[in-house]
Design a binder for this molecule. Structure first.
Ligand code: TPP
Length: 594
């Protein structure tokens, strides 16, 4: 459990955007929240779980389910919040697009945490476009204060206009801290469930009416937005007017504090009357926006004005004040230099003692490999293993493996298995496995169960026996689930038992039927043994064969002609190097270090 929030000084708190969103949910009477972890959104639900007991909060197995459960709670008149990273909204897109038609009984706020610059994501995706496609309101905060306030605004809009509201934040907003004025919780009674078939069952005859209502809703919202304090004009030198939103607003303010600008807080639907007023005020418009030319394309398609945007600001990566300064004042020579310390390049690596290491070591030793998924084990792609060859999206490893088999047959597939973590398997791997059973595939799926959603920082999931708040929860039995999918050959193996792991792969490569290997050992970062036993090298016995280097363990480095094992990095309960050394030169000091 985290500590409770820092004490309020004069009614303020220093909060990250994520903590501010959690606070906003609490202050505005949210009753129920659900999320699936994903950077940079994860801390929103963690903060609710840690600090706000009045909100019933829970992890969902995936984002689609998260949105569906909050939809249900909204139908019953509760105020609700669902949070996810940008790619999570793709998973939740199916309910989102229809929920837009159905609307909200209790206010619905959905947080999409986008990741420009791909600090920890597989793509850059500007979910303002998703909001537009789904025809839902999109709000864009530019600091923690707005992030908090916009949750309350979003819930009111949602209830007043009968629509889900998306709050689109970005990594920089989620993780930076700024001062936030806070207030008490406002209790909002749950309205209660009242059946309304015409409103909530979009068979075509109902859905057509719903669609007309949505079109009108967008028009009404646009008119409302022009009067709302969500969007504002700051007057200045009118030879150039800047239209901006989100974090870009802060960069503009830093670089041109006196600029004439239009700050868009509601980017879907756009406040057209206000925009018309603004473009009429200025000689030329510059769009400063991170990501896609969302504001630019829409405004330019409506008003024939001299304007520039993406021709001077890239749609790749994150913006920063320096990039904005160069774009707005190209002639200036004074550059702000941030002295970045020169750090040695450090490729990502599985942690010392990581349970995934044994599996990838054996796979690569046998010249096998895997179609991969998204989790810590994606690092199986790195040398020295080179044992993971594809990653598409969460859950795709299994479908990709079966597709390869369909294309080139069992022979052509060779020693390829699907590698997927237990959280990802529950998220969206199960259906791929069912597809394999149903369609007669013969490959091997390896579920790498480290009893935690490790990559996002160690969240609980339905297999771990604990809920969001760390309280006991029923354990989803992976073996029984896999069995129930129709798989006959299932083996649970400790990936740190290298002999057994190798034997298991060999057996499954030979087997002409679908099988599942569950590699089971807890994540070392989250389940730390008390005693820290360390590996010791006997230099007299070492023959310099470098087999231990093949483990790719960060604790082992090569020094001239012998390995060096760092006592600091060497991990308790791991003896992989002891197992691979052919001459017993490595032993484990089980007495451990203090
Ligand atoms: C649709 C989607 N939601 C969330 C994420 C964030 N994310 C990346 S990996 C991962 C799960 C990792 O857990 P697990 O599969 O158990 O593997 P581990 O990291 O524990 O080895 C999550 C939630 C994502 N990339 N895509």
């Amino acid at each position: 459990m985290r500590k409770k929030l820092n004490t309020i000084v004069d009614g303020t708190l220093l909060l990250s955007g994520n903590e501010a969103i959690a606070r906003g949910a609490w202050e505005s009477g949210v009753h129920f929240a659900s999320a699936y972890p994903g950077t940079p959104s994860t801390e929103i639900l963690e903060a609710i779980g840690d600090d706000y007991d009045e909100i019933d909060a829970q992890w969902a197995p995936n984002e689609k389910v998260s949105l569906e459960v909050i939809a249900g709670a909204s139908f019953a008149g509760a105020r609700v919040l669902s949070a996810m990273k940008h790619v999570g909204l793709n998973v939740a897109a199916d309910p989102l697009f229809t929920l837009s038609y159905i609307g909200a009984t209790g206010g619905i706020v959905i947080i999409s945490a986008d990741d420009p610059g791909m600090h920890s994501s597989q793509n850059e995706q500007d979910n303002r476009l998703m909001a537009k496609a789904a025809k839902v309101v999109c709000l864009e905060p530019s600091d923690s204060q707005e992030a908090k306030d916009m949750v309350g605004e979003a819930l009111s809009i949602s209830e007043d206009f009968d629509t889900p509201v998306l709050i689109r934040v970005t990594t920089r907003i989620c993780h930076s801290k700024s001062i936030v004025k806070v207030g008490p919780r406002r209790e909002v009674p749950v309205k209660g469930y009242v059946a309304d078939i015409a409103k909530r069952v979009p068979i075509p005859s109902n859905a057509r009416k719903m669609h007309s209502r949505v079109v009108k809703r967008l028009k009404d919202l646009s008119a409302w937005g022009s009067e709302s304090s969500l969007n504002w004009i700051e007057d200045g030198d009118r030879s150039v007017g800047i239209i901006t939103s989100g974090i870009s607003y802060q960069y503009v303010k830093e670089v041109c504090p006196e600029a004439c600008l239009l700050k868009i807080g509601m980017s879907n639907p756009l406040p057209w009357n206000q925009i018309e007023k603004f473009v009429g005020m200025v000689d030329k418009v510059i769009f400063v926006e991170e990501g896609e030319p969302f504001l630019e394309e829409r405004v330019r398609s409506k008003f024939l004005i001299p304007a520039i945007g993406k021709d001077i600001i890239s749609n790749e990566g994150e913006l920063n004040p320096e990039l904005v300064r160069i774009a707005l004042h190209p002639g200036t020579t004074k550059t702000i230099t941030f002295y970045e310390p020169e750090l040695p390049a450090r490729p990502p690596a599985l942690c010392p003692g990581c349970p995934h290491r044994g599996a990838f070591y054996c796979l690569s030793k046998l010249n096998g490999s895997s179609t991969g998924d998204i989790g810590c084990y994606t690092l199986g792609m790195m040398p020295p293993y080179n044992a993971l060859e594809t990653t598409v999206c969460m859950g795709a490893s299994i479908g990709v493996l079966s597709g390869i088999e369909k294309a080139v047959g069992r022979e052509g597939m060779g020693k390829l298995v699907a590698a997927i973590g237990e959280s990802t398997f529950v998220h969206s791997g199960i259906t791929g496995l069912i597809d394999m059973v149903y369609n007669g595939n013969t490959g091997t799926v390896m579920i790498m169960d480290n009893s935690l959603t490790a990559m996002t920082g160690g969240q609980e999931n339905p297999t771990t026996g604990k809920n969001l708040r760390g309280e006991p929860a029923p354990v989803l039995d992976l073996v029984k689930i896999v069995e129930a999918c129709g798989v006959k050959y299932i083996k649970v193996v400790d990936p740190h038992d290298l002999a057994e792991m190798e034997k298991t792969f060999k057996e499954e490569f030979e087997r002409d039927e679908l099988s599942v290997i569950i590699t089971r050992r807890p994540c070392v970062m989250c389940y730390r043994p008390v005693k820290k036993s360390v590996a010791l090298l006997d230099p007299e016995k070492c023959i310099g064969c470098k087999l231990c280097m093949k483990l790719g363990c960060p604790a082992i480095s090569w020094e001239e002609d012998k390995p060096d094992i760092s006592k600091l990095l060497c991990w308790p309960n791991c003896d992989l190097c002891v197992q691979v050394c052919p001459v017993d030169a490595i032993s484990k000091d089980m007495e451990g270090l203090e």
